[in-house]
Design a protein. Structure first.
Length: 325
């Protein structure tokens, strides 16, 4: 009798696992199908959509968002979250621009921007590791704080004088491909191998899957969280340097909205907010989907209000197609 009950339990467990995998596959196929439909319909409506210049322009436009989203993926697979990445991007960008303006050195400016992101990310990690509040609340508070810092250190005005960085990032290209696209690709590869081929990545998935079980298995939860948030901050610093170079200036609000769009791209790409699974390649698909939708609607003459509505529907559908573990 007990053997029969055990067998039925195993069958139910296997069925549940198969159901989860089937649902995950549906989400991935839906993303791919949506991308294809957008491409075909826009190409029919405006043949310029498939031109090399336009496709490179899409990649150029989403480069900073993609970099931020890749860092957010690291956190979400570990059941973490960082709502301060937009404000962090603004602060790191302003520090980059101020350093270049003060020293005349692009290298020092870049290093200052990266260090700013790394330090803020590490602070976020230390606060989250205390477990006294959820990452949502902690990073929401940090977002508000950093928004104020950005205004204070910039004087509420754009910080100009990044000519060298602008010449390289804003105008630079290799084999007709803009440099920001290369930077996005490099960050993508680094994050991919970090999540799939490193101890830190395995720990991130373990913590996201079941933090208590990970703690009982001997994983140093606090140290791993600090490391993950620090890496995310460093990646945001990279995005800040890229965006500052593209804009040829740093604005106190230039990162506004990046936190929500980055999370949207990660979720659309198949990484659930509850953590435990996900892939940076899926995030890339989510980033491209957001970029394609915006570009397609611009080419088809659709207003910004409708763009927001469509993006909202896509994000909602992506969440619905996900199934909790």
């Amino acid at each position: 009798m007990s053997e029969a009950i055990s067998t039925r339990s195993e069958v139910k467990g296997n069925d549940a696992k198969a159901g989860r995998l089937k649902f995950a596959n549906i989400g991935r196929y839906t993303l791919v199908l949506t991308l294809i439909v957008i491409i075909v319909l826009t190409a029919i409506g405006n043949p310029r959509f498939l031109s090399t210049n336009n496709l490179l322009n899409i990649l150029f436009q989403v480069s900073a968002l993609g970099i931020v989203a890749f860092g957010q993926t690291i956190l979400l697979v570990s059941a973490g979250l960082d709502l301060s990445v937009g404000a962090m991007l603004s602060v790191a960008g302003i520090v980059t621009a101020l350093t270049i303006a003060a020293t005349g050195s692009v290298l020092l400016g870049v290093l200052a921007g990266l260090a700013t992101g790394l330090v803020i990310g590490a602070i976020n990690g230390m606060l989250v590791a205390t477990n006294r509040a959820t990452p949502f609340i902690i990073t929401l508070g940090m977002m508000t704080f950093l928004q104020g810092v950005a205004i204070i250190i910039s004087g509420g005005s754009p910080v100009n004088g990044t000519g060298g960085l602008f010449d390289f990032i804003g105008f630079g290209s290799l084999a007709t491909i803009p440099y920001p696209v290369y930077v996005m690709a490099i960050v993508l590869v680094v994050v991919f191998f970090l999540l799939r081929n490193s101890v830190l990545g395995r720990y991130a998935f373990a913590i996201g899957g079941n933090e208590e079980a990970a703690r009982l298995s001997g994983i140093p939860i606090a140290r791993i969280k600090i490391a993950l948030y620090a890496i995310n901050g460093l990646i945001v610093g990279v995005a800040a340097v890229v965006l500052t170079g593209i804009l040829d200036s740093a604005l106190p609000n230039m990162g506004t909205g990046y936190e929500l769009r980055a999370i949207a791209a990660v979720v659309i790409g198949g990484t659930p907010l509850v953590g435990g699974r996900g892939t940076v390649l899926g995030t890339l698909g989510g980033v491209l989907l957001l970029g394609l939708v915006s570009n397609s609607m611009n080419l088809l003459g659709i207003g910004a209000n409708y763009q927001s509505a469509v993006l909202g529907l896509i994000i909602t559908a992506a969440v619905i197609l996900q199934r909790p573990r």
